[in-house]
Write a protein that binds this ligand. Structure first.
Ligand code: RB5
Length: 146
């Protein structure tokens, strides 16, 4: 499974930790983020992750900035992307099961790396349930057509 990862200057170390963690679990990680602490603009990296997921280049995406908010908004602007920005595992799990999210976002200035790993695990290890949720996810995606 391929995971696109992207980050701005606020999340270089967090990205590197999460990338190594994912690789240790056998995931292939495509790095779209910055690797320097020089100030940069999170929309660029969120968009790259969103496009990689929407095109099928990656199965899922993970975006990280200071709060996880800006870069998550950017990824979610790409057609076909559903983002979960969160700081705890419960929302990450439910976002997979009910909302079929394909990008996970969190903030390097909000949570620590161990919480981030727990969130990533919960997100990747839960499947979309479909069923009664499909109509609502279809409604979400329909919004993109107007
Ligand atoms: C950068 O200072 C910061 O604004 C960014 O990492 C992020 O938190 C934006 O949402």
């Amino acid at each position: 499974m391929k995971i696109a990862i992207g980050n701005d200057h606020a999340a270089v170390e967090m990205k590197q930790e999460i990338k190594a963690y994912l690789e240790s679990k056998g995931y292939e990680v495509i790095n779209f983020g910055t690797d320097t602490n020089a100030s940069c603009d999170y929309p660029e990296f969120g968009e790259k992750v969103g496009r990689a997921v929407a095109s099928g280049e990656a199965d899922y995406g993970i975006t990280i900035c200071g709060t996880g908010i800006g870069i998550g908004i950017a990824a979610g602007k790409v057609k076909g992307v559903r983002v979960c920005t969160c700081s705890e595992p419960y929302s990450a799990r439910l976002s997979r099961m009910h909302n079929n999210t394909n990008v996970l976002s969190f903030g390097a200035r909000v949570i620590g790396v161990e919480m981030a790993k727990m969130i990533v695990d919960e997100w990747l290890n839960n499947e979309y349930e479909g069923g009664r949720h499909q109509r609502r996810v279809d409604m979400l995606m329909e919004i993109e057509n107007h």
